[in-house]
Design a protein. Structure first.
Length: 471
């Protein structure tokens, strides 16, 4: 973070300096809500969590080197106090981030949204743009009203790119995040069924995602909207922005395209990257799954706007690896069993992509899908889970293990396909899923684990990787 005195921060955040703090004391960063991450010169923001109250860790934060505590009630340590409880602290963080990003005129802000693929695309962008200069991006899915400003506040005068994952739980959320850190480039990946239970319809999801392109500067001021040409709801957002539109995808109309896509034996995509007017170059991704092609194309479009040539973009994409955990992590055990851990989250579209990846990796080997439920689908919960089960059967996957009562319709859907020769097993939790797999796995089998975050299925993959080999 850029250096700011406490009196300047108080003015920005509309807070009051208290305790033994001095107005001239300076915060140099980082800004954190975790006292364990405090470093000398930090600002510790005290929030009241479900289990602990950050105010109780004010002394520890200052002892570790924090200049002051941003708090909503008085503490004995040097502090800046705001009104409004936790909401007041979060608002203050947003105001501070906006001031910092406005002062960092040399830094380009890139926002990424979509129903799926945001975190992977953000991670790819950070790695590719990093070749051009210091780049800041959130760790994992730090994409809400707390994580957004905390990410921005990691930037300093050396920063050239700030890559932000932008999520929404309702209409207006993305617009709010864009007011904290206004993007020059906005990427919309897709509009799917994730969170349809909260939004009510895919049209409402598209309305929310489109707030990103509405927040962009005009084309004359450098605004660029990077839109998926293969998703009608996304490319339709071109009418909602005054920014210049750059399209990407596999359709002939896209300005950034992938040609001759094929999968390696490990399930990674290989293709020819084509940029209109800039030439072509070969790409071989290290990420697993054909669905990663679209993510890579979005990154290529942004990188081209940042000034990279097609050969450099292709080389950077080919070198980039997985950063955030539990997203298509592929591990091969000593006995040849391959475990695909994609347990971070799930929605109908990402489940379909994961099944495609499982069959591509398995080839002629036996395949097992360990599936938890997809959260936040609302009224379409049962229908979408049954459809998923039917897709498992259609893919010819031999073993289906359904974890938890909410995922039960997946098993019913698979069993409704009379031609399916596989077996559906219903288990109550991750531990039972591991036990079932250990009874059934043979050397060279392939297991894919996926479900919504609340299902906690990463434990299945971790136990399989660290446990015994197949008999």
């Amino acid at each position: 973070m850029i250096a700011l005195t406490l009196d300047r921060i108080a003015d920005i955040t509309r807070s009051r300096v208290g305790g033994p703090a001095r107005l001239t004391d300076t915060v140099t960063g980082p800004v954190t809500i975790d006292s364990r991450q405090v470093a000398p010169g930090a600002l510790f923001a005290a929030l009241s969590g479900e289990r602990v109250d950050g105010h109780d860790f004010a002394a520890a934060a200052v002892a570790a080197g924090a200049t002051a505590v941003l708090a909503s009630r008085p503490v004995a340590e040097p502090h800046l106090i705001v009104d409004g409880g936790d909401a007041g602290v979060v608002t203050a963080l947003g105001r501070l981030a906006r001031t910092v990003v406005d002062e960092l005129t040399a830094a380009d802000v890139v926002g990424v949204t979509g129903s799926s693929g945001k975190t992977t695309t953000k991670d790819l962008l950070a790695q590719v743009l990093g070749a051009l200069g210091p780049t800041i991006a959130p760790t994992g899915s730090y994409n809400n009203e707390i994580g957004h400003p905390l990410t921005v506040l990691r930037a300093d005068t050396s920063t050239r790119h700030i890559v932000l994952e932008v999520a929404a739980r309702g209409i207006g959320h993305i617009a709010h995040l864009c007011s904290i850190a206004p993007p020059r480039i906005g990427v919309v990946l897709n509009v799917g069924s994730a969170h349809v239970g909260e939004f009510g319809s895919r049209a409402a999801i598209a309305q929310a995602k489109g707030e990103l392109v509405e927040a962009l500067p005009t084309a004359e001021d450098g605004g660029v909207a990077v839109l998926n040409a293969d998703d009608d709801a996304v490319i339709g957002m071109a009418a909602r922005t005054r920014a210049r539109v750059v399209s990407y995808g596999r359709s002939e109309q896209a300005q950034v395209r992938a040609r001759n896509v094929e999968l390696t034996p490990l399930g990674c995509a290989r293709f020819e990257l084509w940029l209109r007017g800039r030439g072509t170059a070969p790409v071989e991704l290290r990420l697993v799954g054909e669905h990663q092609v679209h993510n890579a194309l979005a990154v290529a479009a942004v990188a081209a706007e940042a000034g990279m040539g097609v050969a450099d973009i292709a080389a950077a994409l080919s070198q980039a690896g997985s950063v955030s955990r539990w997203r298509m992590e592929v591990t091969e055990r000593r006995d040849g069993v391959t475990v695909i851990n994609d347990a971070y989250n799930a929605n109908p579209e990402s489940m379909a992509a994961a099944l495609q990846t499982l069959t591509a990796v398995a080839q002629q080997r036996r395949a097992f899908a360990v599936l938890g439920h997809m959260a936040e689908l609302g009224a379409v919960h049962e229908a979408e889970h049954e459809r998923l089960g039917q897709a498992v059967a259609a893919a010819g996957i031999e073993g289906l293990i359904v974890v938890g009562e909410q995922a039960e319709p997946v098993a019913a859907g698979a069993e409704s396909v009379s031609a399916w020769r596989g077996q559906a097993l219903r288990v109550p939790d991750a531990a039972h899923a591991v036990a079932a797999l250990r009874e059934r796995l043979r050397p060279k089998d392939v297991v894919m684990v996926k479900g919504s975050r609340v299902a906690g299925l990463e434990r299945v993959a971790e136990e399989l990787i660290s446990g015994e080999d197949a008999k």
